[in-house]
Ligand binder design. Structure first.
Ligand code: SF4
Ligand code: SF4
Length: 473
C-alpha cells in the first residue's frame, strides 16, 4: 500500500514498505558522519525530526556522535521539562479479558491467573489507599471484555473515582487505558472528564501483530491501529501512544511509533500527548526467553534519547517494569512521567497481593513506596510534581501543544509542581522526604519567572501550610 501520512487507513499511514525503506536508508547511512551531524544540527532547533532522520540517529555507530545524541537529549529534556517529573499510578479495575495476546498473562486462555473485577465499593477503597499515598493522577487499566468490563462499568468507575473526597486527598486526573473502541464510546469517555486516552500499539508490524494476537477483537490490526483517529473524532484530543519494545525488532517499532505521531499531527493538527516506552518483561505464564527481540539496556537508552530529540513535545512515560537503575538513566535522557508505589494487580493497593493470589499483569521491578520514590527523585535533583492543572484549565489538544511549542508551558509547570509537591509534603511525606522537599521548594520558588506569578506562588504556598488545597496556575 502507498504511504500517506494523512490517510485514515492504518495500512497507508503505517506503511510497511515505508518502514522497510526507512530501515534500509538508516542502515546505509549509519556511518555517514556528514548526514548525522546535519540531522543533529536540525534537532537542535527543537522542532523535531522526521522518522527517517530519527532512524539514522538510532542506528548510527560513531561513538562520539552517540555521545552527542545523548547530550542533546539531555539538553532538550532540560529545556522543555526542567527537572520536573510528573507522578502517577496505574489502577487495575479488572483482569477479565477475551483477547489472546501471547505476551500478557491476562490472555483469555490463561487458566492459572485468578480473575477479578473490582466493585464500586472496592474501587473506593483502592482510591482511598492511593490518595493516602499522595497520588492525584491515575491511569485506569482493564482487560477487554464486553460482558465483564463494558464501557458503562468504566464510566461508572470514573464517576466513583472523581467523587471520592477523603481527608485532603482527591484524584484530579483520570487517564484511561482501555481497549480500542468506537467513536461513540470515546465521546462518552470525553464527557466523563478523562485526561489522556492511552492505548499501546504493542507492535506496528502487521504480520507479527496478527501472530501475537491470535484471538479476540484486538486481533484486528486495522481497528486497533486506527483507534487514536476514532478517539480524536470522538473529541479526545490528548492521546498517549506506545509500543511494547521486545515484541518486534526495535528498529521497526521505533519507526512505526514516529510515523503514528506524524500521522496524528498531519491529520488532526495535534500529535500525541504522551509516548510510553514499556519493555517486555516476565509475568505469570510469560517467559521473556520466548521473545527473540528483547531490547538490551544500552539500546533502550538510545531509543529514549532519540525519541526525546525527534519529538520534543510529548511527555514520555516509563513504568515500574523498569528497575530503579534503568529509570534513573532514562529520566536523565527524556522521560518526564513516572509511576510510583505501583501495584499491577487488581485490588493491590488496599491489600498487597501474596504470590498465590496472582492477579498481576506484570512483575514490578521497582518495588519502592511512593514516598521512597519521591525522596529518591529529590536526592537526584528532580522536582516530583503531582500537577494536573492543564486539563482542568482546559489546556488540552492543540491549545496545550501550542503553549508547549512556544515553550510557554514551563511557566505553568514549575509553579504548579512546587504547589503540588508542597501539598504532598504537608499531607503524606515522611519527615526525611519533607525536609528534602522543603529545601527544593525554597531553592526553586525564587527561580519562577514573572513577579506576579512568584508573588502568588508564595501566597499559595503559605495557604497550603495553613491547610488550604488545590491552587493552580
Ligand atoms: Fe487483554 Fe490487554 Fe492483556 Fe491483551 S494486553 S490480554 S487486551 S489485558
Ligand atoms: Fe502537566 Fe500542565 Fe501541570 Fe505542566 S502545568 S505539569 S503540562 S498538567
Amino acid at each position: 500500500m502507498k504511504y500517506d501520512v494523512k490517510s485514515e487507513y492504518a495500512g497507508e499511514f503505517i506503511s510497511d514498505a515505508e518502514i522497510r525503506e526507512t530501515m534500509s536508508y538508516a542502515e546505509a547511512h549509519k556511518n555517514d558522519r556528514q548526514l548525522i551531524v546535519s540531522i543533529l544540527n536540525k534537532a537542535r532547533e527543537c522542532r523535531g525530526l522526521t522518522h527517517r532522520e530519527a532512524a539514522v540517529l538510532l542506528v548510527s555507530e560513531k561513538p562520539d556522535l552517540t555521545e552527542e545524541i545523548f547530550a542533546l537529549a539531555r539538553d532538550i529534556k532540560q529545556r522543555f521539562y526542567g527537572n520536573r517529573i510528573v507522578m502517577f499510578a496505574p489502577l487495575y479495575l479488572s483482569n477479565y479479558c477475551v483477547n489472546g495476546c501471547v505476551y500478557c498473562p491476562y490472555h483469555a486462555v490463561n487458566k492459572t491467573i485468578r480473575r477479578r473485577k473490582l466493585s464500586q465499593e472496592e474501587i473506593q477503597r483502592e482510591v482511598i489507599a492511593l490518595q493516602d499515598m499522595g497520588h492525584k493522577r491515575l491511569a485506569l487499566e482493564t482487560g477487554e471484555d464486553p460482558v465483564n468490563n463494558p464501557i458503562e462499568y468504566v464510566l461508572e468507575s470514573i464517576r466513583t473515582i472523581y467523587g471520592i473526597k477523603h481527608k485532603n486527598g482527591a484524584i484530579r486526573r483520570v487517564n484511561v487505558n482501555i481497549a480500542a473502541t468506537t467513536v461513540e464510546n470515546y465521546r462518552k469517555l470525553k464527557e466523563a472528564g478523562i485526561g489522556t486516552y492511552i492505548l499501546f500499539q504493542e507492535t506496528y508490524n502487521r504480520v507479527n501483530y496478527e501472530d501475537l494476537h491470535p484471538a479476540g477483537p484486538k486481533s484486528d490490526y486495522d481497528y486497533h491501529t486506527e483507534a487514536m483517529d476514532r478517539a480524536m473524532l470522538g473529541g479526545i484530543d490528548d492521546v498517549g501512544i506506545g509500543v511494547l519494545f521486545g515484541l518486534e525488532t526495535y528498529r521497526y517499532d521505533f519507526i512505526g511509533l514516529l510515523m503514528h505521531a506524524e500521522h496524528l499531527e498531519a491529520r488532526f493538527g495535534v500529535g500525541p500527548h504522551t509516548i510510553s516506552v514499556p519493555r517486555l518483561c516476565a509475568a505469570d505464564d510469560i517467559d521473556t526467553a520466548d521473545f527473540k527481540n528483547c531490547v538490551p539496556d544500552e539500546i533502550f537508552h538510545k531509543i529514549v534519547a532519540v525519541l526525546r530529540i525527534a519529538v520534543p513535545y510529548p511527555g514520555m512515560i516509563v513504568s515500574t517494569r523498569e528497575s530503579a537503575v534503568s529509570r534513573e538513566k532514562v529520566l536523565e535522557l527524556g522521560v518526564s512521567q513516572l509511576s510510583g508505589g505501583s501495584r499491577t494487580s487488581v485490588g493491590g493497593y488496599e491489600h498487597e497481593e501474596t504470590p498465590d493470589e496472582n492477579t498481576a499483569q506484570f512483575d514490578v521491578s521497582d518495588r519502592r513506596s511512593l514516598d521512597e520514590v519521591v525522596g529518591w527523585l529529590l536526592d537526584l535533583g528532580y522536582l516530583p510534581s503531582f500537577c494536573t492543572a492543564c486539563y482542568r484549565e482546559g489546556r488540552t489538544g492543540d491549545r496545550f501543544m501550542s503553549l508547549v511549542k512556544k515553550e510557554q508551558i514551563a511557566n505553568c509547570c514549575l509553579p504548579n509542581a512546587l504547589l503540588t509537591l508542597k501539598e504532598y509534603l504537608e499531607d503524606y511525606a515522611s519527615p526525611a522526604t519533607r525536609l528534602k522537599g522543603e529545601a527544593m521548594i525554597a531553592r526553586l520558588r525564587e527561580t519562577v519567572p514573572g513577579k506576579y506569578v512568584r508573588e502568588n506562588l508564595c501566597k499559595y504556598l503559605g495557604a497550603i501550610a495553613e491547610g488550604q488545597r488545590d491552587f493552580r496556575f
